[in-house]
Design a protein around this ligand. Structure first.
Ligand SMILES: [Ca+2]
Ligand SMILES: [Ca+2]
Length: 265
């Protein structure tokens, strides 16, 4: 099994063997014509744990493209921009990852209410090229949902996240770290509609964001038919509020990617 070096990404460009050729190379006698085809070996074509130097950008990752709406109060007009997304350290100082995603702070000062909130959308692409011949592709990653995501809350949210490969949607859902109850209830649609906040997370509050609603880690993977020699994975969010949190003046709600791994068969 190929293992990527820590902190580096690995892109296999050279091997042109078909899966069948790989299989036949392991046997001394030709298979009979009626023999079933063995499962092609899994090949790692991309792996990145983002544990390299802080501030690293990667050519296979696009800039973040963001836009925001105007607000009902009329104090902010709609706009758009781009930002380089780099490796950062978690608030706990224990993990490095690609972030913070979700778009910059647009609403710079109070009042923080529904009339002043703006919706901020951001997308980033992972582009892979030169993929050897294959019939299926698996994408696996850790998604970090950071700070005050509000799930389906109609005032502070909905706060949405999605991923697509070559335009084919793999997941579109909402996440919540907001355990308020009563009229402020903020359920999430992952893994199913109106789940409690942080349902399905493999870890919570492991990244040090307890100063502002905490954090949740989701270990996600998808396998789909895929044979093209290139793939574009698009990660997107649509977050309502656009303000800073009030403890450290960082983004009120954001996300990060870690341990991104693409394999093919
Ligand atoms: Ca990492
Ligand atoms: Ca929100």
């Amino acid at each position: 099994m190929l293992q990527p070096a820590a902190g580096r990404w690995l892109l296999l460009l050279t091997a042109a063997l078909t899966p069948n050729a790989v299989s036949c190379g392991r046997t001394s006698a030709p298979s009979p014509p009626s023999a079933p085809s063995p499962t092609p070996a899994e090949r790692v074509v991309y792996a990145n744990d983002f544990n390299g130097p802080l501030g690293t950008t990667y050519p296979e990752w696009s800039v973040g493209r963001y836009s925001w709406t105007g607000n009902a109060a009329g104090t902010i007009a709609a706009g758009s921009g781009t930002e380089a997304i780099r490796t950062i350290e978690s608030a706990s100082g224990t993990q490095r990852f690609l972030g913070e995603l979700g778009g910059p702070i647009i609403l710079q000062a109070p009042p923080y209410d529904a009339r002043h909130f703006v919706r901020v959308d951001e997308s980033i692409d992972l582009s892979l090229t030169g993929l050897p011949g294959h019939g299926s592709l698996t994408l696996a990653l850790d998604l970090y949902i950071l700070k005050s995501w509000d799930g389906n809350n109609p005032i502070y949210g909905p706060d949405r996240w999605s991923v697509a490969i070559d335009g084919e949607r793999l997941l579109a859902t909402t996440f919540s770290n907001n355990f308020k109850t009563g009229i402020d209830v903020s359920l999430q649609d992952y893994p199913s509609a109106d789940s409690l906040p942080q349902t399905g997370a493999v870890a919570v509050n492991s990244l040090g964001y307890g100063f502002w609603f905490g954090d949740a880690t989701y270990r996600l993977s998808w396998t789909l038919p895929h044979s093209a020699s290139a793939a574009t994975v698009t990660f997107s969010s649509s977050l309502n509020e656009g303000k800073s949190e009030q403890a450290r003046s960082t983004r009120d709600e954001s996300w990060g990617l870690d341990n991104v791994r693409v394999t093919i068969r």
